[in-house]
Design a binder for this molecule. Sequence first.
Ligand code: ZN
Length: 169
Amino acid sequence: MASNRESQNPVDLDDLYRDVILEHYRRPRNRGQRDDATVSAEGFNPSCGDEIQLSVAIVDNVVSGMGFGGSGCSISQSSASMMTEAMSGRSLESAREMSKHVQQMLTDDSFDLDAVDLGDLEALSGVARFPVRIKCGLLAWKVLDQALANATGEAVDDDSDIPTRVTSG
Ligand code: ZN
């Protein structure tokens, strides 16, 4: 469970970013698994103990909705919450593209935030300055990649630091 300190400030983020992350942590969107899921996947971040289970409903190559479950730190859970909100209604191609951008934002110093419109997801950019928390932010996106790869029949690069697997689909 989150310590009191965690509930106040997950890491030393700028106020705006921190507020967005904490708001999603306290009031997660799309929590719970979807009955109409066409693919489900899960992943684990051993460095922090975060877990995410993701269920994705895909209709005509569009993400019609997503639900998530799991436990872990505020960054891992709010990243998943923001992701489910941002992905609904996107084509698979668009969803994969956005996943790529978010992962670049978290891991690549030269990523240009102004070049893409990430909406609330921009709040995760602050996490990039805290190397030990980056995997917390990445976890949900690695699980999403696994689910989308399964849906499109493509292979996904295994990340041994953040193991993911398809659970149904
Ligand atoms: Zn974490």
